[in-house]
Design a protein around this ligand. Structure first.
Ligand code: NAP
Length: 310
């Protein structure tokens, strides 16, 4: 029987592992299918405190892994398919190979995956002029045109943020009205650097000889007309999908599928904690996920102490 199983290896998961490891709880981490999480898909991280010169996303995650292992955390590379609470009070965690592991507490730190359009070369362009994180990558695109795809709060927020750097921000939306809240929509539409492209979708990403994005092929969904729009980076902001589908009825979720925390990182199921982007659609930053990972570890530690495990 494990004391703590942490599901996920992003900032929240590794931070939870560092804290539970240091508390001698011998945590086991189950990696998921993207070891290192979302930061492994970015390049330089300039806003993680403690790195005044920035650090590459994958390197930051390797450092976190090393730090967690230093305190005794063990990592197994597997994808969890279900979690159940046994009548005796512990959890049974099943992974894709059929292995069932038992644990007294679970920290769910599985993050959220950015939704993509599903175009053929999309995944390979991540980090080469295609991203879903303006806060992470916006500063790399100074005085050049970029676009944001989407019409929700995220798209408007990202477009506004990007006007600090880019020469023009095209806001490409599939309809002629924004889904975003009025205040966010008004702010975006009033910004002279943001140029809406209505009733349009991106049909194709066009690349230069180095394989970097150089333009998108727009398709007007009303007229069917296609046209090329030159730009240096595409910010896809069509929503995130929290990775919480495997938890069944153990957690309550909001209308977008994010886990609802009750107090701190607790959930409606005692002994099951949720940290990071799987429960946070507001901040979605590496440092806030790490903070929640820390909080979940402290709460799991207290829960175990109440069970008499020290
Ligand atoms: P969202 O509200 O679900 O908006 C997604 C947008 O992407 C919609 O405009 C949608 O178009 C478009 N879209 C979806 N699939 C698409 C596709 N395949 N092709 C083209 N466009 C597509 O997602 P979100 O903006 O990430 O927001 C998620 C939640 O977080 C919301 O509740 C939001 O209010 C909240 N949030 C709040 C703030 C804030 O208050 N500061 C900031 C960010 C997010 P349609 O409009 O046509 O459906």
């Amino acid at each position: 029987m494990e004391n703590v199983i942490i599901i996920g290896t992003g900032c929240a998961g590794y931070t939870a592992a560092i804290y539970t490891g240091r508390a001698n709880l011998n945590p086991l981490i189950l990696s998921g299918n993207q070891p290192g999480g979302q930061l492994t898909t970015t390049t330089e991280v300039e806003n993680f405190p403690g790195y005044p010169d920035g650090i590459m996303g994958p390197e930051l995650m390797m450092n976190m892994q090393t730090q967690a292992e230093k305190f005794g955390a063990r990592i197994e590379y597997t994808l969890v398919t279900s979690v159940e609470k046994a009548p005796e009070g512990h959890f049974n965690i099943t992974s894709e190979d059929g292995t069932v592991r038992q644990t007294r507490t679970v920290i769910v730190a599985t993050g959220a995956s950015p939704r993509h359009l599903g175009l053929p070369n999309e995944k390979s362009l991540i980090g080469h002029g295609l991203t879903s994180c303006a806060t992470c990558d916006g500063a790399f695109y100074r005085n050049v045109p970029v676009c944001v795809i989407g019409g929700g709060d995220s798209a408007c927020e990202e477009a506004n943020f990007l006007t600090r750097f880019a020469s023009t921000v095209y806001l490409i939306h599939r309809r002629d009205t924004l889904r975003a809240s009025k205040i966010m929509a008004d702010r975006a539409l009033a910004n002279p650097k943001i140029k809406p492209v209505w009733n349009s979708t991106v049909a194709e990403y066009l690349t230069d000889e180095k394989g970097e994005v150089r333009a998108v092929m727009l398709e007007n969904l009303v007229t069917g007309e296609k046209s090329e729009l030159e730009l240096k980076c595409v910010f896809v902001a069509i929503g995130h999908v929290p990775n919480a589908g495997f938890l069944g009825g153990l957690v309550d979720k909001d209308e977008n599928g994010y886990i609802l925390q009750t107090e701190g990182t607790r959930t409606k199921t005692e002994g099951l904690f949720a940290a990071g982007d799987v429960a946070d659609h507001v901040y979605r930053q590496a440092i806030t996920a790490a903070g929640q990972g820390c909080a979940s570890a402290l709460e799991a530690e207290r829960y175990l102490a109440d069970l008499g495990v020290h």
